[in-house]
Design a protein around this ligand. Structure first.
Ligand SMILES: C[S@@+](CC[C@H](N)C(=O)[O-])C[C@H]1O[C@@H](n2cnc3c(N)ncnc32)[C@H](O)[C@@H]1O
Length: 300
């Protein structure tokens, strides 16, 4: 499997963290190792570094983590983006189909970055705070946001869509995706891959070798095939993710609840303090996110 490390400017990298969307204007599609990874400038780093542990943690523990926009982390954390440019890819596909569905749209921020939608465009979301955000963002664009449960089925009839998209779904409901796709239709998605940001997980929870294979692309391929889909493209990349102060870590773990399940500042204060001291000593904490592009087709 090819693993690519790409360099991006800090602002691009931060704004596309799992962190937010893959803007179509970005260097999407460029492949292969690039030159350097640029650190934030000293001023940005000072935003976190000059403040006390208590101050940084208290602030990050009190701000809202609703929606799926990560701009709060601007200048305090970075994540390289996958080379394929997911938002550009779905923009191109959505322009050429007549009915499409975005599953687990979150706050709708990624889908809202698409320029042109097909005549029928739907999105699902189950978490109430995100549902409200996505509705506000997408309804003015003619996209219907449908509230569903966090479990199958998808609230649509069989063979309803030419294209189903999803970025970072918490779970992939392969049987349901296959059911709502028309014959010849496509599932195009960016999944979180195995052991994503595991350096952070293991800092708080200790070694978890048994969990490292979860979401492995080979397993996902088998699940897609078992649902009757044919995987026509699958790419996997590990991408450098860097936290420049402990407040950024707290915010990230409160928002991305799967990295350290059950995370709370009170429960993990000692490990947070250790990490804070490490960041002060080393300048940052480096982890690696894991991203998988998958394209699967329902036979015609
Ligand atoms: C990781 S999010 C991705 C959202 C969107 N597709 C994107 O890429 O920006 C996937 C799902 O997790 C849900 N989710 C996020 N935070 C949650 C939380 N704190 N509790 C429950 N569900 C949450 C979202 O609402 C969404 O349906």
């Amino acid at each position: 499997m090819v693993v690519l490390i790409l360099a991006r400017t800090v602002r691009e990298a931060v704004s596309t963290m799992d962190f937010a969307g893959d803007e179509p204007h970005a260097e999407a599609g460029s492949r292969g190792p690039k030159t350097t990874w640029r650190n934030p400038d000293a001023t940005l780093m000072m935003r976190g570094m000059a403040r006390t542990f208590e101050d940084l943690v208290a602030e990050a523990d009190s701000v809202s983590v609703e929606g799926w926009d990560f701009s709060w982390l601007d200048g305090r954390a970075t994540e390289e983006r996958p080379s394929w440019g997911y938002q550009r890819l779905i923009s191109e596909r959505l322009a050429s189909v007549s009915a499409a569905l975005d599953v687990q749209t979150g706050g709708g921020e990624v889908l809202a970055g698409v320029t042109r939608f097909p005549p029928t465009m739907a999105a699902t979301e189950s978490w109430p705070p995100n549902l409200t955000k996505a509705t506000k963002l997408l309804h003015p664009r003619g996209v219907v946001v449908v509230a569903n449960q966090g479990a199958p089925p998808l609230p649509f009839g069989d063979e309803a869509f030419d294209l189903v998209t999803s970025r970072h779904p918490a779970e992939v409901w392969w049987d349901e995706i296959a059911r709502v796709l028309r014959p010849g239709g496509t599932y195009l998605a960016q999944h979180v891959g195995p052991a994503s940001v595991f350096e952070l997980t293991e800092h708080f929870l200790g070694p978890r070798p048994e969990a490292r294979r979860k979401r492995h692309p080979d397993d996902e391929r088998a699940e897609a095939e078992a649902a009757g889909l044919e995987v026509v493209d699958q790419r996997w990349e590990r991408l450098r993710t860097e936290f420049f102060d402990i407040g950024a870590v707290v915010y990230f773990l409160r928002k991305v609840i799967w990295i350290v399940p059950g995370f709370s500042v009170d429960r993990h204060r000692d490990r947070l303090r250790e990490l804070h001291e490490r960041i002060e000593r080393d300048g940052s904490f480096v982890a690696h996110s894991s991203r998988v592009l998958v394209e699967a087709r329902k036979p015609a």
